[in-house]
Ligand binder design. Structure first.
Ligand code: FAD
Length: 383
C-alpha cells in the first residue's frame, strides 16, 4: 500500500480542508443549537464534486478513487459530523449503490441529480423492530399489476426529512429472514409516504433524521433496484463500503479532538505554566495522537483494497470498529484536557463527544462488527 498521496488526492484534500474552514467551522455551534445545518450546504457540496466522488463523470460524478473519498470524508468529519453524514449517506449508501446495481434508466434518472446536490438520497433499512437484525424487516412490497404497493415504516433515517429519494428495503415474499427482501428507489413525494423528524438526539443534532411511514405507497416495477430477492445483499454490500466512510468520519472527529486539545493545552495556564507542561496532560494528547494515526491507517487500507479490487468487507468492519471506538476515546480525552470548558458548547470538544457516540451504533454496532470479524476468522456465524 502506497502511503504517499498523489497530486489529485492532495488537491482534493486541500479543497475539502478549505471548504470546511470557510463554510462549516464558523457555523458549527449555531447549527448544533438550531438542530439543523443550513440546507444550502447540500448544493455547495455538490458544486465541489463531493457528492459525486468515485461516480463516473458520464453520470455527473467527479470521478476520483476511494482514498480521495476518504480524505474528503475525513475533512468533513473534522468540521461537522452532521454535514459528513449527508455525504456518507447520499453518495456513499445511495448514489454508489445505484451506480453499482441500477439499470441504465435508473442511473440516468438519479445519478446526475444526486451528484450535483439537486436531489438528496436516504437509505431506508432500519425499522422500529429490526435494527441489527435487519434481514428480518417487515415492511412489505406486494406486486399489483405492473406496480408494487408498499406498507411499513423505517426508523432513524439519516437525511430522511430532506431527501428526494429513499433507497428502501422491503419484503417481497414470505420467505423468513433476508431472502425475500428487495430494494426500491422511492421518490419521497410519492403519495402515502410521510416523514416525521426524530428530535432529541444526543449528537448529530444538525442532521435531518426521520421516521418514514409508508401507507399504500405505489411504485412501478421499474423502481426495483437489482433483482427481486437481492435487496439484503445489496444493502450489506452498500454498508460494507459505507463503513469505510463512517470510519473516515471518525478519523475526522479524532483529528479535530487532537487539534483542539493540543491548542488548548499550550494556551491554558494552571499552577503558573501552560498545562501542556504536565506529563499527565501529555499522556492524554499522546493517547489521542496514536488513536488518530491507527484509525487513519486502518481506514486508508480499506480504500486501497477497494481501489485495487480486493476483498475489503472484513477490513472495513475492522476500520469502522476501531475508528468509532477511537473517536469516542479521543473526544473524551480532549474534553478532559479542556476541563470545565469542555463541558460547554462554546468550545468544540463537547460536541465531538456527542457526535462520536453514535458512530459505535450505526451501520452496524461495535458488537455486530465483532461478529463479522469473528465469522471471517472462524467461519462460524455467531449472530
Ligand atoms: P439493536 O439492534 O436493538 O441493538 C441493541 C444492542 O444489542 C446493541 O448493543 C447491539 O450491539 C446488541 N446486539 C444486537 N444483536 C446482537 C447480537 N447478535 N450479538 C450481540 N449483541 C447484539 N438506519 C438506516 O437504515 N438508515 C440510516 O440512515 C440510519 N441512520 C441512523 C442515524 C442515527 C442517528 C441513528 C441513531 C441510527 C441510524 N440508523 C439508520 C439505524 C442504525 O443503523 C441502528 O440503530 C443500528 O443498526 C442498531 O440497531 P438498533 O438501534 O435497533 O439496536
Amino acid at each position: 500500500m502506497n502511503l504517499e498521496l498523489d497530486e489529485e488526492q492532495t488537491a482534493v484534500r486541500q479543497l475539502a480542508k478549505d471548504f470546511v474552514d470557510r463554510e462549516i467551522t464558523p457555523h458549527v455551534v449555531e447549527w448544533d443549537r438550531a438542530e439543523s445545518v443550513e440546507r444550502g450546504i447540500v448544493k455547495k457540496l455538490g458544486a465541489l464534486g463531493f457528492l459525486g466522488l468515485t461516480i463516473d463523470e458520464e453520470y455527473g460524478g467527479s470521478g476520483g478513487d476511494h482514498l480521495a473519498y476518504c480524505l474528503v470524508t475525513e475533512e468533513l468529519g473534522r468540521g461537522d459530523s452532521s454535514v459528513r453524514g449527508i455525504v456518507s449517506v447520499s453518495l456513499g449508501l445511495v448514489a454508489k449503490t445505484v451506480a453499482a446495481h441500477g439499470t441504465e434508466e435508473q442511473k440516468r434518472e438519479w445519478l446526475p441529480r444526486l451528484t450535483s446536490g439537486e436531489a438528496l438520497g436516504c437509505f431506508g433499512l432500519t425499522e422500529p423492530g429490526t435494527g441489527s437484525d435487519a434481514g428480518n424487516l417487515i415492511t412489505r412490497a406486494v406486486a399489483d399489476g405492473g406496480d408494487y404497493v408498499i406498507n411499513g415504516s423505517k426508523m432513524f433515517i439519516t437525511n430522511g426529512t430532506w431527501a428526494d429519494v429513499v433507497l428502501l428495503f422491503a419484503r417481497t415474499n414470505d420467505t423468513p429472514g433476508h431472502k425475500g427482501v428487495s430494494a426500491f428507489l422511492v421518490p419521497t413525494d410519492t403519495p402515502g409516504l410521510t416523514r416525521r423528524t426524530v428530535h432529541g438526539k444526543l449528537g448529530l443534532r444538525g442532521q435531518a433524521t426521520a421516521e418514514l411511514v409508508l401507507e399504500d405507497v405505489r411504485v412501478p416495477a421499474s423502481a426495483m433496484l437489482g433483482a427481486e430477492g437481492k435487496g439484503f445483499s445489496i444493502a450489506m454490500s452498500a454498508l460494507a463500503k459505507g463503513r469505510m466512510s463512517v470510519a473516515a468520519g471518525c478519523v475526522g472527529i479524532a483529528q479535530a479532538a487532537l487539534d483542539a486539545a493540543v491548542g488548548y493545552a499550550k494556551e491554558r495556564e494552571q499552577f503558573g505554566k501552560p498545562i501542556a507542561h504536565y506529563q499527565l496532560v501529555q499522556e492524554l494528547l499522546s493517547d489521542i495522537a496514536v488513536d488518530v494515526d491507527a484509525a487513519r491507517l486502518l481506514t486508508w487500507r480499506v480504500a486501497d483494497l477497494i481501489d485495487r479490487g480486493e476483498q475489503f468487507a472484513t477490513a472495513a468492519s475492522q476500520a469502522k470498529l476501531f475508528a468509532s471506538e477511537a473517536a469516542v476515546r479521543c473526544a473524551n480525552n480532549a474534553l478532559q484536557v479542556f476541563g470545565g470548558y469542555g463541558y460547554i458548547d462554546e468550545y468544540p470538544v463537547g460536541k465531538l463527544v456527542r457526535d462520536a457516540r453514535v458512530m459505535t451504533l450505526y451501520e452496524g454496532t461495535s458488537q455486530i462488527q465483532k461478529l463479522i470479524i469473528g465469522r471471517a476468522l472462524t467461519g462460524i456465524s455467531a449472530f
